[in-house]
Ligand binder design. Structure first.
Ligand code: DX5
Ligand code: ZN
Length: 238
């Protein structure tokens, strides 16, 4: 997909519940992708961890390529790695439609965000729970999305940090409708409506879907709860 196709697709799916495949059954990957597609999700969120930027290792290029072969859904790749500059092009080649780097990982995110766009993917910038909005503010014009972490990245199944809600509201008032806002970590039946009320449009969900036996039912419930608090804004036309 081109950047504008991916943006239009995601905007048309707001509130977009994006499953994080970190907690799926990797022994049955094709089946997991088939089941989550059948739940009607608008994209897949893929968590790449390097064991250095975060204290955990997950997966990298080969698995992103494998997901690409298994689905036509947009792949939203969350790069929790110390040296994203070295890998951006290869993740795009592997099939990433959106790539999010962490503001804490690089000295100057601007050239990287521009490179991500230049090679045809949506550019995202993430901030950890202890990082203030002021750290991403200078780069908002170079972002298609900002990812607010509501847990310290590295593991699924952690408790939602409510400071993320104030950050979402602050970002929304700074950036207006131009920017897609995504939230990741501890998003579940109890927290998703508050995320949407604060301005989140892309909701990353791991354990609240993959910890259930019926992905369709859990996704539907989350979308329903999210929809009750989502304010619809006009789609960007350029
Ligand atoms: C955390 C990852 C998340 C996480 C979401 O480092 O970026 O995508 O796996 O999982 P839950 O929803 O269980 O917090
Ligand atoms: Zn993530």
């Amino acid at each position: 997909m081109t950047i504008s196709e991916t943006i239009a697709h995601l905007r048309g799916s707001i509130p977009a519940v994006l499953p994080s495949l970190l907690m799926c059954d990797f022994g049955q990957l094709a089946n997991e992708v088939r089941r989550i597609e059948a739940a009607g999700v608008p994209g897949l969120h893929l968590d790449v961890m390097d064991g250095h930027f975060v204290p955990n290792l997950s997966y990298g290029l080969p698995l992103v390529e494998a997901f690409r072969r298994m689905t036509t859904l947009p792949l939203d790749v969350h790069l929790m790695i110390s040296n994203p500059a070295q890998y951006i092009e290869r993740y795009r080649e592997a099939g990433a439609d959106s790539m999010t780097i962490h503001v804490e990982a690089v000295h100057d995110p601007r050239p990287l965000l521009r490179e991500i766009r230049a090679i045809g993917a949506m550019a995202g910038l993430a901030l950890n729970p202890d990082t203030p909005v002021s750290a991403v503010r200078p780069y908002l014009k170079d972002c298609d999305l900002v990812l607010v972490m509501s847990v310290n990245p590295g593991f699924g199944g952690q408790k939602f940090d409510r400071r993320a809600l104030d950050k979402l509201a602050e970002l929304r008032s700074l950036a207006g409708d131009e920017l897609l806002l995504e939230i990741d970590g501890g998003v579940n039946d109890a927290t998703i409506a508050d995320c949407c009320a604060a301005g989140a449009q892309l909701l990353v969900v791991g354990s609240a879907i993959f910890g259930t036996s019926d992905y369709l039912a859990s996704t539907r419930r989350l979308v329903e709860l999210a929809s009750s608090k989502t304010t619809r804004s006009p789609q960007r036309t350029c």
